[in-house]
Design a protein. Structure first.
Length: 145
């Protein structure tokens, strides 16, 4: 399957907001606001991948991943894929080096805010393509039970 994904490139910066509440499974996207060192108001988006997602995608804390947006099956999806070039976003974890290289804990990607709504999505409605892209439906791409 070939998808035309609009990949988002990281913009390196200093500082950042602490993430929202934890997620035990699935994918959670939240937005936060904070003031940087110069006092400028900054918006940040955080995608948190639960341990079930990390294991299914074979992601480990410390991996670099790409993040993008794509339309698939008539719905907008967030796409996440491992980035072997090393230029992507780092999958981090607030526990630091204790879980580096682990798939048994959550992973977090932080970036400047883009036009994506906040959401919680269970792993069983996500799609992993043959080439390793995780597709997370947003905007009604699934129904909660």
């Amino acid at each position: 399957m070939t998808l035309s994904i609009d990949w988002i490139n990281p913009q390196r910066g200093n500082g950042g907001a602490r993430g929202g509440r934890g997620v035990t499974t699935g994918v959670r996207l939240t937005k936060t606001r904070y003031k940087d060192k110069s006092g400028k108001d900054v918006s940040q988006m955080q995608i948190r991948l639960g341990p079930d997602v990390m294991k299914a995608c074979r992601f480990v804390v410390g991996d670099r991943v790409r993040f993008g947006l794509v339309w698939f099956d008539g719905y907008q999806h967030v796409a996440v894929k491992r980035d072997v070039s090393g230029k992507g976003f780092t999958l981090s974890n607030s526990k630091g080096k204790a879980v580096h290289g682990s798939t048994n804990d959550y992973g977090t990607i932080k970036m400047k805010v883009h036009d994506v709504p906040e959401f919680d999505v269970p792993m069983d409605v996500c799609v992993i393509t043959d080439d390793g892209v995780l597709l997370v439906p947003v905007n009604g791409g699934y129904s909660e039970a």
